[in-house]
Design a protein. Structure first.
Lengths: 227, 227
DNA sequence: TATTTAACTTAAGCTTGCTTAAGTTTTCAA
DNA sequence: TTGAAAACTTAAGCAAGCTTAAGTTAAATA
């Protein structure tokens, strides 16, 4: 069994990794199909192939789950993606949303050698501009502190901005426009019961975020030890 | 007829452009097949497809020739390739031979937007490190002076190094090691009849090049007007 | 617990780009 | 000018990755 990686297989593995929950790591083929914008049939098909390659566990009607081998490959794709993003942002001064779709294609192309040079150029970053962790060349993720979403943060408390979830909206670009960056400190001022929007203070400036945005922001406690 | 470009089609177009002679622009399918490392049958097949797309002229047994439309696409691929090369060399400090194979894959990936940003970053270069011309975004090549190969250069005369032909050998890296760069001036000292090797003086240092190397070096006359 | 419906898989078939093998056309040398 | 060799094309078939349609299993509800 050769580990022959095609672009398509890499995308399946990456997407399985992205979809899976921390506990039950099983992913339904239908869910996968939706994310990859292909038919369910295509996903079932591929599930079998990845199974034969030893990259996922798979039983018909029971979903797929990455094996250690599959997860390592998935993390490698994610590594490439995030390093490409950072690299293009840094050299060409592009915004995250401009760079995301490019990285989607480039992540399958560069050799390991090139990726390592890019990693070196960026001085081996642990996190991308969203605060998402970048696996190192051995597929290991940097240690991550406990975090809470802004929707669940305690009113009155201080936090650091830790992560901006990268769905398809241009949230990071918007926050950047507001002058916000990762690791900035913030105080939760109030939460409106009516619509769950949250008021926060950052750099002595007040901002209000809708629930939709607050849900995408992960925070790390700033007062003393987190527990 | 959609202009749906696949990686494979782009490679065929690019290769036809690279192989063709300035006068008779016809390229035999067998020659193409050899360069692309596929069977002759595959090339004949593709010739028909490219013909249907209006990208080449093709009559069975008569070879292919790029149409204006095909040439424009080919030049665009070449543009991407050379810009990627330059970009990686400049940002990551890689050598030409390290970067060439990467560019071979990347040339099919980036969006026009990204390529234009790279072009901008590089300040719209006209030539790559080999002295090969880089088409601009409209597919136009920079004006090129008349040149002679070092094998045909006149003994005693002065020239500028204009171009280093980029075949598969690591010639450019070797010349760089010797301290030679494009546009340096050189004097042809002598040519050995026995093996057609050439002695030249560059920066007051003498070098001897075999016929094989001399053939890859294009020069532009340095004394007054060329004729 | 039975049955309907939703979720998922299998089957058949398409396209792209390749292969090998068989068939044509050119070309070139006698 | 002809006929063998070289050059090229066509035919048949394969693999990957998709599609739609038909079939199966699991889950949900009565």
């Amino acid at each position: 069994m050769e580990i022959m990686n095609t672009i398509s297989k890499e995308n399946y593995l990456k997407t399985i990794y992205q979809i899976k929950k921390p506990k039950s790591k099983k992913v339904s083929t239908a869910h996968l199909a939706k994310r990859l914008e292909v038919s369910n049939a295509a996903t079932s098909d591929m599930a079998k192939k990845l199974f034969d390659l030893g990259l996922v566990k798979y039983q018909p009607y029971r979903g797929v789950e990455l094996t250690a081998k599959g997860e390592k490959l998935a993390l490698n794709v994610i590594r490439r993606h995030r390093l490409w993003e950072l690299f293009l942002i840094k050299t060409l001064n592009l915004s995250w949303s401009e760079v995301h779709t490019e990285a989607e294609r480039l992540e399958h192309q560069a050799s390991d050698f090139l990726i390592d040079r890019i990693d070196e150029y960026l001085d081996y970053p642990d996190f991308d501009p969203h605060g998402d962790p970048i696996p190192n060349k051995n597929g290991e993720l940097p240690v991550q502190p406990d975090s809470v979403k802004l929707t669940a943060a305690e009113v009155g408390k201080f936090y650091f901005i830790h992560r901006v979830k990268n769905d398809d909206i241009k949230l990071l670009d918007y926050l950047t426009e507001l002058g916000l960056k990762l690791n900035m400190q913030l105080q939760v001022l109030s939460r409106l019961e009516f619509d769950n929007s949250v008021r926060v203070k950052i750099n002595n400036k007040e901002h209000s975020f809708s629930e939709k945005i607050a849900e995408k922001l992960s925070l790390v406690s700033a007062d003393g030890e987190k527990r």
